[in-house]
Design a protein around this ligand. Structure first.
Ligand code: GDP
Ligand code: MN
Length: 387
């Protein structure tokens, strides 16, 4: 789950990570008042959306007076902010953060995520912070320093020191940087994050080190341990179909292709998407309906898939292991009565009673094609969309 920058900074404060003072608002008038209340000559008006790259898209502006803060707020609120991380249509800005300006000496990058190869968290830092860290990683990987974290021990002080001195920090600022890096790890660990990025972490001309940006993603599997995280969710930032699917307990991820997929099991769903690609089309979604694949889940699955206007055909690929295929076939027929299926439908059932299931489907009178195997199914569905 993603959260907004201002929410990430609230959490940072709890872990003693220095961040600028700021107040969040949804109106331009209030932005002017916040500028005055902050009492600094420069304030920053920052769009709050779940995508990064806001600076480049015009979503981060400096203001030197209350009127200027108000004017920036007016321009940013309600805009469709386009950044390399939003869709081409951009993301609507409903909230802004008005923060005291910082006198930046240098911008650094800090990230923590899971290194899946090592099965351990890794902290990465770079002197090349600011807006283009992806490019640094690609062209100058030597400019990124890493420490692998032993999860049971956490980030050790010597590791934080190595990173801080590696970034060129000295004296009291090195001490601040070390403490921030350790606190960031404590936050990542304590909140069960899957990703945390501070870009930029800054040093200021008056000798401070602080987090100027906060990207915090929580691991959804751990939400039950953090009831307070539930309230931080902003569904307006998420794909509406994914929000809907999560209400039905379906594992659905929207993609940009035209073949809607309904599959049981994540591995089979991945394989199904691959074979659709091989057959010459693209999947419109990942959808794992789980082991049960009963009338309710299949009905909800059809509803979600058909809500996506890009879907030109549906491929149902279900392996009947614990649930017999004949029961799944009847489930599909029931579901097809509940939901009007407006596009070609190809069904491949494999496993226990697959032959019987095929008969049931063919006799049902529902316009569908039954596939013999995965390859045949993918080819049939690609043919159905006329590719
Ligand atoms: P992002 O583009 O979505 O990652 O948004 P950031 O919060 O990282 O802001 C983008 C850039 O705006 C930063 O890299 C800074 O260069 C600049 N910026 C943000 N806050 C301040 C500030 O208080 N003072 C100054 N001078 N620049 C700032
Ligand atoms: Mn940033």
């Amino acid at each position: 789950m993603k959260i907004h920058e201002y929410q990430g900074k609230e959490i940072f404060r709890k872990y003693n990570i220095a961040v600028p003072n700021g107040v969040v608002t949804t109106t331009a008038d209030e932005a002017g008042a916040i500028y005055t209340k902050l009492g600094k000559s420069v304030a920053v008006v920052k769009a709050q959306i779940h995508a990064g790259g806001r600076g480049k898209g015009g979503g981060v502006k400096l203001a030197k007076s209350a009127d200027e803060a108000k004017a920036h707020a007016k321009a940013i609120l309600g805009m469709m902010l386009k950044t390399p991380q939003t869709g081409p249509e951009g993301q609507l800005v409903k909230t802004i953060l008005v923060e005291e300006g910082s006198d930046i000496l240098h911008e650094y990058y800090v990230g923590i995520t899971l290194d899946r190869r090592l099965s351990k968290p890794v902290m990465m830092v770079s002197t090349e912070g600011g807006m283009d860290i992806e490019e640094v990683a690609e062209k100058h990987p030597e400019k990124i320093l890493k420490e692998t974290i032993e999860p049971a021990l956490g980030l050790q002080r010597f590791q934080a020191s190595r990173l801080a001195y590696g970034l060129g920090f000295e004296g009291d600022m090195a001490k601040q940087a070390i403490n921030i890096l350790i606190a960031l790890w404590n936050c990542y660990d304590g909140e069960d994050c899957s990703l945390m990025e501070i870009n930029p972490l800054i040093s200021t001309k008056d000798g401070k080190v602080m987090a100027l940006d906060a990207k915090v993603n929580f691991d959804d599997n751990a939400t039950y341990r953090h009831p307070d995280q539930v309230g931080l969710r902003d569904e307006a930032e998420e794909d509406p179909l994914e929000v809907e699917a999560s209400k039905y307990n379906l594992n659905y991820v929207r993609l940009d292709g035209t073949v809607g997929c309904m599959v049981n099991g994540a591995g089979l769903a991945m394989g199904t998407m691959d074979i659709i690609k091989y057959a010459g089309a693209s999947p419109a979604n990942f959808l794992d309906v789980g082991g049960g694949a009963n009338v309710t889940t299949v009905t909800n699955g059809f509803k979600i898939i058909l809500s996506d206007p890009n879907v030109k055909a549906i491929f149902v690929n279900i392996f009947g292991g614990i649930v017999r295929c004949d029961r799944i076939a009847n489930g599909i027929i029931e579901a097809a009565k509940n939901v009007k299926i407006t596009v070609p439908l190809v069904v491949r059932l494999a496993g226990t009673n697959a032959e019987e299931a095929k008969e049931i489907l063919l006799k049902s009178g529902i316009p569908l094609q039954v596939a013999d195997g995965l390859k045949d199914g993918a080819e049939k569905v690609v043919q159905a969309i006329g590719k």
